[in-house]
Ligand binder design. Structure first.
Ligand SMILES: [Fe+2]
Ligand SMILES: [Fe+2]
Length: 334
């Protein structure tokens, strides 16, 4: 099994999109990307927008190579919306290219255990009768050498106010990988139990959104649950909510007493924390209003994004990702 992180906080965006390749199947998980619209009172910086553009490009590229898409829930950083969203580089055509009739989509049940706003978004998928969709909650699928097991709906946090998500376990040759999606820590016993029951080799986990929530009780509880995850899994990668603050390593050390790697480290990339650095970067070199006006009017060229990423040494990650995946596809064809 090979895992290729495409987009996440340690790669400069809000997302958890990745590709999993096994001998029998290629799976694209939560194929979307977004940016924090305002953070520290500031809009996304050009470098964040460039990272979002490139992530979206790779998601579209990989969407053509996969047999299965997994949709853990319907928040915009995981689910591509069928309406125009500039920071997310999406519109109806982008939606149709990703969720095409050629792929099988294993997705969170839109009718049960979902809050109203996510239910409305889920309609984009479920109203389209041409798509091959399956309600994945608490289900198991076997495709050749690969088994995919979904958790029951688990809360997006300590309880279901923000909806529910599905955790996914992918297994091949006794190797088990778990992607938690947005369990916020975990923040619930049920989300932790699914991981414990499977005692996986590898876990990709979103972590507690401590940059937002100051609820002491929930914070302490989430580290108790995280401790249980770390005890039952061979390797844990933390990312997403947890990497939205520059203090992530410090907070981890103080409350877990242990270091964990970021999702980007799965491919030996040191974290590129762009949103967390927004204020520092802005203070160092403020962005003029003209940039945002040009961006809103689609006047920023692709060359601008490419050069910006290149100058900061980030382009290489996605270039290599794309060429490694193509090589892997070639190998599988032989
Ligand atoms: Fe979410
Ligand atoms: Fe998320």
């Amino acid at each position: 099994m090979k895992i290729f992180p495409i987009s996440c906080e340690s790669l400069g965006t809000r997302s958890f999109a990745h590709l999993v390749m096994t001998r029998s199947v290629n799976i694209l998980i939560d194929p979307s990307v977004s940016l924090g619209p305002t953070r520290f009172g500031l809009r996304p910086l050009p470098i964040e927008i460039a990272a979002s553009w490139l992530s979206r490009k790779i998601i579209l590229e990989f969407a053509e190579l996969v047999d299965i898409i997994i949709q853990s829930h319907y928040h915009g950083d995981h689910f591509t919306l069928g309406v125009e969203r500039k920071y997310e580089f999406t519109n109806r055509d982008v939606f149709n290219s990703i969720y095409s009739p050629e792929v099988t989509i294993l997705a969170k049940d839109p009718d049960k255990f979902l809050n109203y706003s996510q239910q409305q978004r889920a309609k984009w998928l479920w109203k389209n009768k041409k798509l091959k969709l399956s309600k994945a909650d608490n289900s198991t699928y076997e495709i050749g050498s690969t088994k995919i097991v979904f958790s029951p709906p688990v809360p997006h946090g300590s309880e279901g106010a923000r909806g529910y998500v599905l955790e996914t376990m992918i297994e091949e040759d006794d190797f088990q990988y778990i992607y938690t999606s947005d369990v916020c820590g975990p923040s619930s016993n049920i989300a932790t139990e699914f991981i414990e029951e499977n005692s996986p080799d590898l876990v990709a986990l979103d972590g507690f959104p401590f940059y937002l929530s100051k609820i002491k009780n929930e914070f302490a509880k989430s580290f108790e649950y995280l401790g249980r995850v770390v005890d039952c899994a061979k390797e844990v990668y933390i990312d997403h909510h947890f990497l939205r603050s520059l203090k992530w390593e410090e907070v981890l050390k103080e409350n877990l007493g242990k270091k964990l790697k970021t999702f980007s480290m799965m491919r030996n990339q040191e974290p590129i924390l762009l949103e967390a650095q927004r204020k520092i970067r802005f203070d160092r070199s403020p962005i003029k209003e003209e940039f945002y006006t040009a961006f809103e009017n689609d006047k920023i060229s692709i060359t601008f994004y490419k050069e910006l990423l290149n100058r900061n040494g980030y382009y290489q990650y996605w270039k290599k990702l794309s060429s490694d995946v193509k090589m892997e596809i070639e190998k599988k064809r032989k």
